[in-house]
Design a protein around this ligand. Structure first.
Ligand code: HEC
Length: 131
């Protein structure tokens, strides 16, 4: 009886581990970003290169927001930016530091047009300019 119980626990743990490995780490998401995306549930609606409930982050990157603008949009989405999508709920529970990490990564997905990922964002592009 004890032994059976042990086996059950072991297989339950295995099942959890394999869910983690498979479902939560798409190849195009770095481990640290995957952790943030999962923690704040972004992963439910966003992928780097694929439309899901929300736009692909690569498409967000094409809008040329500054990292700060993306952080603001995480806290206060502007659904009119994305006709044809449902509105995203404000994600104010994300700490600024983590929001900034996500924003910097999102901006880095701009199809190879390597933007300087340095902190100088003084020359902001208008948020109204669509790709
Ligand atoms: C329930 C689904 C859902 C979740 C969860 C979600 N998003 Fe979104 N997101 C959307 C949708 C839909 C849009 C497009 C409509 C909009 O902007 O309101 C969007 C738009 C965006 C945009 C583009 C904003 C703009 O105006 O161009 C960014 C950046 C973004 N999401 C980041 C995130 C981050 C980071 C998280 C996690 C902290 C997250 N989203 C969680 C659905 C979601």
């Amino acid at each position: 009886m004890k032994k059976l119980f042990g086996i059950l626990i072991a297989s339950a743990a295995l099942a959890v581990a394999s869910i983690d490995a498979n479902a939560q780490a798409p190849a195009d998401i770095p481990a640290d970003m995957n952790a943030l995306m999962s923690k704040y549930t972004c992963i439910a609606c966003h992928r780097p290169n694929q439309r899901l409930v929300g736009p692909a982050y690569a498409d967000v990157a094409k809008k040329n927001y500054s990292d700060e603008e993306i952080v603001n949009l995480i806290y206060n989405p502007i659904p009119t930016h994305w006709p044809g999508y449902p509105p995203m709920a404000p994600m104010k529970q994300v700490p600024k530091e983590d929001a900034m990490k996500l924003a910097t990564w999102i901006n880095s997905l701009d199809g190879g047009a390597k933007k300087s990922s340095t902190k100088k964002t003084t020359t902001k592009k208008s948020t109204k300019k669509s790709a």
